[in-house]
Each structure stands twice: as structure tokens, then as C-alpha cells.
Design a protein around this ligand. Structure first.
Ligand code: BTN
Length: 245
């Protein structure tokens, strides 16, 4: 994959800039990196705190993938980040369905995928990745501090953001190629290992909380949960989220 990197200072959200560039016809592989975001966003309409020192970027893809493979993108992107964190810093990075990268149970990175369609055909996807890197927890809103972690806090020093960006892009390129070659199942199995299944889990979806045993991932990346009555239900990342105790 040939990456074309656009570097910016303060932006509202790299998702918006990448979308504008996509609509203006920029090619697959365009990457928008910002030093800071004033209106960073996460899944399900949540905000995403993006102080200076973090790695905030969005990648433009024009995926020619079957729908089941397209819906693997969030998991595949978080897998790419986990691989990079393990390789560069030897961190025991794990995944939490559908799109979080955790280290020692605390969130270090979030992934957000937004796609534009014409009918059933995908025109482009923007893969947004935010890594809590070179700042302290005090730069985050109080309510996040107990659940988040930064590279500076974990490693005791700052990291080279350029090196981290390159490592993530290299893993993402490899994963994307594998997806296009029909190896999405292998990527899901690797992601499942980093998710620690089977394990007890509660999922919030459609106004209810479902508790059971998370068994693994369906072929479209949905989470498979065995409920107390023995039934197995699939939850799609577009509508469900993991409920913390
Ligand atoms: C989540 O955990 O809910 C997803 C967070 C995604 C954050 C990244 S930071 C770069 C890109 N720009 C955004 O506004 N969001 C994504």
C-alpha cells in the first residue's frame, strides 16, 4: 500500500478532513494526521479527547470487499494497532470487541470506521485511529482517567510518533491486503486470541443489557454471546457496546 500523508495542526476531526478529501477524489491510502482535535469523535456519538501528544489520524480506503469483509474493518484496524504496540514496545496489547486496544485492562487506542455508500456499493471508508501516546492522564477528562492509559504513563517516557504511525500503517497495510486476498477468517482468529474468549461479558444493545459468555466472533465480526438460556446471539458492532461492571 502506498501511503500519502497529509499533516495538519489543529483540526475539528481528522474524520471530517479525510471525508472531504475522499469526496474530492483523493486516492486510497491518503492519511490525515493532526496534532490535536477540537471535536474528536468516537463510536455511538461519543466524543474523543484528543490533546497534543497523541497520535490522531484517519486513513482513506476505497475497499472493494464483500459486505462480510467490510464489516471486519474495525476489528482488523485494531488488530493492526495491537500488533504494532507489541512489536515496537513489547506491550501485552489486547483487544476489546469491537474496536478498542487495551493494555493491562485500560484503553490505549480507539478505532472508528465510517463508510459512504451509493446504494449497496461502498464508495469509501475512513478508518480513524487514536492512540493515547505522549501525554499524562491529567490531560484527559476526569471520568476517563480510571479506564484509559497512555504510552507515556506505561513506558515512563515519550515515544517517536513518526515511528509509531509507520508501524501501524505497515501492519494495517498487511492486514488490508490479507482481507482482500480472502484471509479475513485468519485475521478474526488472531483477533479472537487477543480478546481472551471465552469469557463472561455484558453487552448493551437496543435498550437492554445482555449478560452471558462471549464465545468468539462471527464471520462478519459480530460478537457471539451465549445467553443463560443456552441461545447464542450475535451482536453487531454498529449497535452494541460492551458494558463495564
Ligand atoms: C472509540 O473508541 O469510540 C473510537 C475513537 C476513535 C478516535 C480517532 S482519533 C482520530 C480519528 N478522528 C476522530 O475524530 N476520531 C478518530
Amino acid at each position: 500500500m502506498r501511503w500519502r500523508i497529509v499533516r495538519l495542526g489543529e483540526v475539528s476531526s481528522t474524520m471530517d478532513i479525510a471525508r472531504e478529501l475522499a469526496e474530492a477524489g483523493r486516492p486510497e491510502g491518503t492519511v490525515v494526521v493532526a496534532r490535536r482535535q477540537t471535536r474528536g469523535r468516537g463510536r455511538l456519538g461519543r466524543g474523543w479527547a484528543s490533546p497534543e501528544g497523541g497520535l490522531w489520524f484517519s486513513v482513506l480506503l476505497r475497499p472493494r470487499l464483500a459486505p462480510a469483509d467490510l464489516s471486519k474493518l474495525p476489528i482488523v484496524a485494531s488488530l493492526a494497532v495491537a500488533r504494532a504496540l507489541r512489536r515496537l514496545y513489547g506491550l501485552p496489547a489486547e483487544l476489546e470487541w469491537p474496536n478498542d486496544v487495551l493494555v493491562r485492562g485500560r484503553k490505549m487506542c480507539g478505532v472508528l470506521v465510517e463508510s459512504a455508500f451509493s446504494g449497496r456499493e461502498v464508495l469509501f471508508s475512513v478508518v480513524g485511529i487514536g492512540v493515547n501516546a505522549n501525554f499524562g492522564l491529567d490531560a484527559l477528562p476526569g471520568e476517563l482517567r480510571g479506564r484509559a492509559i497512555t504510552l507515556r504513563e506505561l513506558l515512563g517516557h515519550d515515544v517517536d510518533l513518526e515511528e509509531l504511525l509507520n508501524a501501524i500503517l505497515s501492519e494495517l497495510g498487511a492486514c488490508y491486503l490479507a482481507l482482500r486476498e480472502g484471509k479475513g477468517g485468519e485475521l478474526l482468529r488472531e483477533a479472537e486470541r487477543l480478546m481472551g474468549f471465552p469469557r463472561p461479558l455484558s453487552v448493551a444493545c437496543c435498550g437492554h443489557v445482555f449478560s452471558g459468555t462471549a464465545l468468539g466472533l462471527a464471520e462478519d465480526g459480530s460478537l457471539l454471546l451465549r445467553l443463560p438460556d443456552g441461545a447464542v446471539r450475535a451482536f453487531s458492532w454498529a449497535e452494541a457496546t460492551i458494558k463495564k461492571p
